[in-house]
Design a protein around this ligand. Structure first.
Ligand code: SF4
Ligand code: SF4
Length: 338
């Protein structure tokens, strides 16, 4: 047996430090996602219903990509290209927005035309495929992202700048605006973001290549059960076309993003995010799910109603009808947590 790596090596500690300060899921429907082939994935990720826990090594890779942006901008400036707006955002409404790497003017092939700048780092295989096939074919999500940014900035050209992480080779490609593609991608993002119901899956085959590597593989092909309790997985929330979120339970009030991340005790699991049949509920603010053939009330916990965290922690215990559990809940205010 190989000796396993200890938890206290330098690399393990650094990775853990990155994991501890990982960014929470983004609040908006990012333009970088609009070329993703699966409507369901866009919905699940925007709703924070499946949250991908990236290991520290991958978080460091993301950081490397971000750090490369400053290097590339500096290199472009060194040859006389004027790069502006490296923090610019574009907003399309209905939760769809994104951040540009910049706008570049003075590109040798077309010095007077401002270009949306998109910078990406690639591993060797990906870089070589890019050199062979071009960005539209090799990385369609990057291509759609640039289309959307061009429309958002009212420009007709983009400069795609790829760097190979293995040997620092550079690949650049000028991309022309395809306005119908951009318009359709934005409309799709808005439709999915404001849809109350989960879209169908890209494939029902668990071995489908795009599903195999998807963070929602277990959800779509095994459990059909979210692990996340936040306002966006709650049946009482609505993503509004004005890019805010409303809670019906709180008299239709807007919910601030930071509050959405934890929600409140009255959380009710969205019916598309559980595998159970929904039964008629006797109250306005609770849901009734059939778990193990028994009705289980889900809402603000009391003796007969189970909170979403309790149901996710142990659905069988919630459905068991066990008198001792009911007694602990009633007399001690105990809650199921595993
Ligand atoms: S597993 Fe497949 S169907 Fe499910 S979200 Fe991912 S890509 Fe879509
Ligand atoms: S009921 Fe609570 S968890 Fe649900 S949307 Fe409203 S504030 Fe969020």
């Amino acid at each position: 047996m190989e000796v396993p790596e200890g938890n206290y090596t330098i690399s393990a500690l650094i990775d853990k430090a990155h994991e501890d300060r990982a960014e929470p899921p983004r609040p908006h429907m990012g333009c970088s996602m609009l070329g993703h082939p699966c409507d369901r994935w866009l919905w699940l990720s925007f709703r924070w219903a499946v949250v991908e826990p990236f290991p520290g090594r991958i978080l460091r890779l993301f950081r490397r990509g971000q750090n490369e942006e400053a290097t590339v901008v500096s290199d472009l400036r060194s040859i006389g290209v004027d790069v502006k707006g490296t923090q610019d955002r574009v907003h399309f409404g209905s939760h769809v927005s994104g951040s540009l790497d910049g706008t570049a003017t003075g590109i040798p092939e077309s010095p007077k035309t401002p270009h949306v700048l998109e910078i990406k780092t690639h591993a060797l295989k990906s870089f070589e495929d890019m050199c062979k096939n071009g960005v539209e074919k090799s990385k369609p999500m990057h291509w759609v992202q640039m289309q959307v940014y061009m429309l958002g900035k009212d420009l007709t050209r983009a400069l795609y700048y790829a760097v190979c992480k293995n040997d620092d080779r550079i690949y650049t490609e000028r991309v022309r605006l395809d306005a119908p593609v951009a318009v359709a991608a934005i409309a799709r993002g808005k439709r999915i973001a404001t849809d109350d119901r989960m879209p169908p899956p890209l494939s029902t085959d668990p071995s489908w290549y795009e599903c195999k590597f998807c963070a929602a593989h277990d959800f779509c092909h095994k459990t059909h059960l979210t692990k996340e309790v936040n306002c966006r997985t709650c049946a009482h929330s609505t993503a509004k076309p004005d890019s805010t979120w409303r809670c019906e339970r709180l008299d239709g009030d807007d919910i601030p993003v930071e509050f959405q991340r934890t929600g409140c005790d009255a959380h009710v699991l969205h019916p598309d995010l559980v595998p159970w049949k929904m039964l008629e509920s006797p109250t306005e603010w609770d849901a009734m799910y059939e778990i193990d053939g028994k009705p289980v009330a889900n809402g603000e916990p009391d003796v007969c109603v189970f909170g979403s965290k309790e149901i996710l922690a142990n659905p069988k215990a919630c459905a068991s009808g066990d008198h001792s559990i009911a007694g602990y809940r009633e007399h001690l205010g105990a809650r199921i947590d595993g």
